[in-house]
Design a protein around this ligand. Structure first.
Ligand code: SF4
Length: 346
């Protein structure tokens, strides 16, 4: 599962001439799927060699909409196991949970004092989530963008890797940083989006982005049997009704996954056989399933080894939280001074 892609971090990420620092937060969704890997995790791995990286499991965010909160701790552990197995390295990146750094709540509160209510009520996330959860339109949901900005600004991140659809969310964090700097003096780098070139992976239904909530995903740690079952259930070219019909690989998600998990020669063969009706879809999926399984077997082995290693995940999260707290403490000291609060007693 080595990344073929290289992520480039440019030093123009801020006007304050500070070192490039990457922050990315992910909600604790538990075991990761191949969409998470291709769309984000492989980028996280590549960035570790290029910048100081803070990778955070944003468990407070999960509380705004998460109905089964008893799963948060287990999901956090599962995510970390997948991240480690995929190549994220705690000796090169700070891997931690949001709620293990209590300074985040203080910065959230302080930033909330300068954010106009209108910025929050018109935020796309608030509108979407209010419609999706009309019974639970809570304060946390409204303040979500401030918490997100706090995540980034607490670590003075200069760079946030995002997909194009997330750029508006980052824009609010940039506005908050600018507003604070304007009012209290240059404190925060204005974070830049690093637009990822990584793919938006479709689910096995072929129509929606791969997502656990839609149950259209293939997990990185799936057993070979589950993997095969999932691949065999994938929706293919809807116009190809019989084996004798030529297919259209360019509209088929099975072919798309072949482009990630099969060799160039195999991809050419799949394309040729599909467009000339020389191969059935079941055969094509079996082929993909074998290649996916071969690609994921080393991942499963690494994951099993980490899982069997006692308290390894807790140690990694503990070390990551200590490193994150050290940066957060310094940022908050500066922020308190800027806004006019007296220094905290030691
Ligand atoms: Fe898709 Fe393969 Fe069927 Fe072609 S043969 S439609 S690429 S599953």
């Amino acid at each position: 599962m080595d990344s073929e892609h290289t992520a480039q971090v440019t030093a123009d990420a801020n006007d304050m001439d500070v070192p490039v620092r990457v922050f990315s937060g992910a909600r604790p969704t538990g075991r990761q799927h191949i969409g998470n890997y291709l769309g984000a995790i492989q980028n996280y791995v590549a960035l570790q060699d290029e910048a100081e990286c803070f990778y955070c499991i944003v468990d407070y965010h999960a509380l705004t909409t998460f109905e089964q909160t008893e799963r948060i701790a287990r999901n956090t552990r599962d995510m970390v196991l997948d991240w480690l197995a995929a190549g994220m390295d705690p000796s090169r990146a700070v891997i931690f949970a949001q709620s293990d750094v209590p300074q985040i709540t203080e910065l959230h509160m302080l930033l909330s004092m300068i954010v106009p209510l209108s910025w929050l009520t018109r935020a796309p996330t608030f509108r979407e989530q209010s419609e999706a959860h009309p019974d639970n339109v809570n304060y946390g949901l409204l303040g979500y963008p401030v918490l997100m900005a706090s995540d980034i600004l607490l670590y003075k991140a200069t760079t946030v890797p995002v997909g194009e659809d997330q750029v508006p969310h980052l824009e609010l964090a940039r506005e908050i940083a600018r507003r604070f700097n304007h009012r209290f003096g240059e404190t925060f780098p204005v974070p830049q989006a690093q637009l990822t070139e990584f793919p938006r992976v479709m689910g096995i239904d072929g129509t929606h982005k791969m997502s656990k909530s839609l149950d259209n995903h293939i997990e990185l740690a799936d057993t070979p049997e589950d993997l095969r079952t999932r691949v065999l259930s994938m929706v293919t070219d809807p116009q190809r009704r019989y084996r004798t019909d030529p297919g259209r690989p360019e509209v088929c998600n099975v072919y798309t996954l072949h482009t990630y998990y099969s060799t160039p020669e195999e991809q050419a063969q799949v394309y040729h056989c599909c467009t000339n009706a020389l191969q059935g879809c079941v055969e094509c999926k079996e082929w993909l399933s074998r290649n996916l399984d071969a690609a994921l077997a080393p991942f499963r082995a690494r994951r099993d080894a980490f899982a069997a290693d006692g308290d390894r995940v807790e140690q990694i999260l503990g070390d990551g939280a200590a490193r994150a707290r050290s940066v957060a403490t310094e940022t908050l000291r500066e922020v308190r001074e800027r806004v006019g609060l007296r220094p905290q007693p030691r």
